[in-house]
Design a protein around this ligand. Sequence first.
Ligand SMILES: Cc1ncc(COP(=O)(O)O)c(C=O)c1O
Length: 424
Amino acid sequence: MTQKSLIERDRACTWHPYTQHGLGRDPMEVAAAKDAMLTLTDGREVIDAISSWWAILHGHGDPVLVEAARSQMETLDHVLFAGATHEPAVRLAELLVEATPEGLDRVFYSDNGSTAVEVALKIVLQNFAQNGQAHRQVFIALKGAYHGDTFGSMSVGDPDPFFESYRPFLFDCVRIDPNAESLEAAFAKLGHRAAGVIVEPLIQGAAGMRTNSPEFLRSLRQQCDANGVPFIADEVMTGFGRTGSLFACEAAQVRPDIMCLAKGLTGGVFPLSATVVSEELFQGFFSDDRNKTFFHGHTFTAHPVGCAIGIASLQLCRERKVPERLQTIGKRLRARLQPLESNPGVSHLRQLGGMVAWDLVGSKTGESGYLSQVGPALHQASLDMGVLLRPLGNVVYALPPACTTDAQVDQIADTMLALADRFA
Ligand SMILES: Cc1ncc(COP(=O)(O)O)c(C=O)c1O
């Protein structure tokens, strides 16, 4: 009997995320990963220029994180976090309280970015409900926003293009442009129904790497205060140095009431997330009334291994000056991409911290938008050149891990230039 290949076995039994299996495109077969490189089963090497969905922060297989995971696994592999506690969870919480902007004093752990957002929304709604403001039920979010795939996080996300089928089941949300006037208008429209504002500070990732300004975020802070509702910063993508500061809120000099963290929290190698909230919100639940319990928890809440990796990762961020290194990488990419400025088929070349992006406006396929054919074509062409890119439709971007060498950074930029030559 002939042995089936990995692809054949994969086709028979798996279902991949954000993948239309009917198009017959095979996934890349990855055998191993080290630093910025993925090694495919046929021996080819590919630069992970998007940090595996914006997660890998230091690099693949970092020995410090591997050791943190191994030794934690030997000491305490897992224990529930209801009615129990452990050193890694408490130490990581202490470090997060210290590292995040002033006023964020309590850490609620979950498993991923979507649940970090879900937890934030539920804390806000329950807090209002049990403290005499049950009328506050509608969140304000940005147009094009993506905050995850669970129902709450989809509700504050933009249904177009991913969530149309679920539209009847999503709760109300007012979507605005990222400017003070739009926010003011939303607050005026909602009045006492406003529950809070959720944004990705400085840059919206899945929306197409769209930037927003520190001035907008400062106005958002003021308007949330004036209207008595919390400011939720989703730093699932922007956190841990991606914008050139440890957090985008720090760069913008704003203090949110809730910060959602995932991905880079463990250097991108373990599913763990944190919703860091103000003491005031925690106090909204503090009572001898059991009905005021925050009834939310996951089996793997505060997973000891994830927390141990998170502690090690945060220390690495400081020791290796990760935000600064990512900034240097971003600037190098941006400088080498300068020729795109004079390419009529390219617009909005932008860089923030370790992230660069540009829009293919004159695509030869004549299409744009997330579901256009040009995205997969760009992805395949970059892969053929040894670089993993996964454009958001016609938006081409890179955010490589901090260990990426200058030569690898140049290869990423050169691949982007070649894509522009070929497709624009
Ligand atoms: C800003 C933001 N929020 C939330 C999420 C959801 O995170 P996860 O995929 O870990 O559920 C993502 C994922 O890309 C994200 O970019």
